[in-house]
Design a protein around this ligand. Structure first.
Ligand SMILES: *Cc1c(COP(=O)(O)O)cnc(C)c1O
Length: 387
């Protein structure tokens, strides 16, 4: 049976070149980078080179790059680290209702510690308004954290404008750019960000390794204690194969980005047109201001889970707006924040395309999906009544 992977928003396949680059660091080159002998120096050199690649990819300086265990940790360090480091200055944090749980849950944890948290609403397309951010700022505001592109609906936020406002007001600004890198230009100076999170496994790198960019002079408290690694903000012996893999992966991600994303976008648009031709379907997220590989649609009168399982039986891997993290059947917080009703949110499907997908695969999905929808709807009393 044909296998089609359309869940790149969840994770991606490790690129072969990236794997080749990592291999020696899983075997022959095993020194501890903190050791001063040749074994250690060899490992240290690999980390330094990877740090330079990351810095070059996002317009930063190498010393502003901190390696973490992934974006969940990077988001957590950014929020808790800034909140605790700057609490003498103020106690107010601003975020949005559509953030990844790594941001939202950490903001909620900060609220329990006594911080005041404003969760901004979004419009029907999942966009945060720049004016809302500006209006929410108070004398107490120390941190604004808004994602660059949404992982569920693909909406791209006005990060440069929000960053400019924060810069003017002297407020630390963090963005989760996990879904953006490799899809959109990401330059920390153009975006006016002080902190930025990335995760290698979202751009064809290994799992369990990420980056927190910390602008020089930004006050961030350490996350863990126990060593001098990663500017003491995230100590512990480095994940060298991971770091090397991330360095190679980010270099590849930003190379020929326009050509790669144009191809992905063309496939996505073909899939979109085909799916929206099915009766009672609707696009979720912004019509234009969205990630090239993201397609989120609601198929009315059908459960997203039933669709996923039926597609899976045909070898097609997608995800839905509900049950994505917790295994619960709560509808997605993102779709709910965009004002979708429960039923429409429950019938949502997320297709996230990647560089390895082909036109033929889109044809296959469009061949299979309408039949599945018809079959599932034939069992739905609500759909029968509607007709
Ligand atoms: C995947 C993802 C994360 C979490 O990254 P991990 O490295 O898996 O912890 C955070 N934010 C966004 C937007 C994501 O898509």
């Amino acid at each position: 049976m044909q296998k089609v992977y359309l869940d790149h928003g969840a994770t991606t396949r490790l690129n072969d070149e990236v794997f080749e680059e990592m291999k020696p660091y899983l075997t022959e080159i095993y020194g501890n980078p903190s050791s001063i002998h040749s074994f250690g120096r060899e490992a240290r050199k690999a980390i330094d080179e990877a740090r330079e690649k990351v810095a070059a990819a996002i317009g930063a300086e190498p010393k502003e790059i901190i390696f973490t265990s992934g974006a969940t940790e990077a988001d957590n360090i950014a929020i808790r680290g800034v909140a605790r480091a700057q609490q003498k200055k103020g106690n107010h944090i601003i975020t949005s209702a559509v953030e990844h749980h790594a941001v939202l849950d950490m903001c909620k944890a900060m609220k329990k510690e006594g911080f005041d948290v404003t969760i901004l609403p979004v419009d029907e397309y999942g966009l945060v308004s720049v004016a809302d951010v500006e209006a929410a700022i108070t004398e107490q505001t120390i941190l604004v954290t808004i994602m660059m592109a949404n992982n569920e609906v693909g909406t791209v936020m006005p990060i440069a404008e929000i960053g400019q406002i924060c810069e003017n007001r002297g407020i630390t600004f963090h963005t989760d750019a996990v879904q953006a890198i490799g899809n959109l230009p990401v330059n920390v100076n153009d975006l006016h960000v002080d902190l930025l999170s990335l995760s290698a496994h979202k751009f064809y790198g290994p799992k369990g390794i990420g980056v927190l960019y910390v602008r020089k002079g930004t006050k961030v408290n350490p996350y863990n204690f126990g060593g001098a690694q990663e500017r003491k903000i995230r100590p512990g012996t480095e994940n060298i194969p991971g770091v090397v893999g991330l360095g190679k992966a980010i270099e590849l991600a930003v190379t020929d980005m326009e050509a790669k994303t144009a191809r992905v976008k063309a496939m996505r648009d073909k899939l979109k047109d085909g799916i929206l031709a099915i009766d009672a379907t609707k696009l979720n997220g912004h019509p234009e201001q969205r990630l090239p590989g993201n397609l989120n649609v609601s198929v009315e009168y059908v459960e997203g889970e039933s669709l996923i399982l039926s597609l899976d039986l045909k070898g097609i891997a997608v995800s839905s707006g509900s049950a994505c993290t917790s295994g619960s059947l709560d509808p997605s917080h993102v779709l709910m924040a965009m004002g979708l009703d429960h039923q429409t949110a429950h019938g949502s499907l997320r297709f996230t395309l990647g560089v390895d997908n082909t036109d033929q695969e889109m044809d296959y999905v469009l061949d299979v999906l309408p039949e599945i929808v018809t079959r599932l709807r034939s069992m739905s009393p609500v759909y029968a009544c509607k007709k």
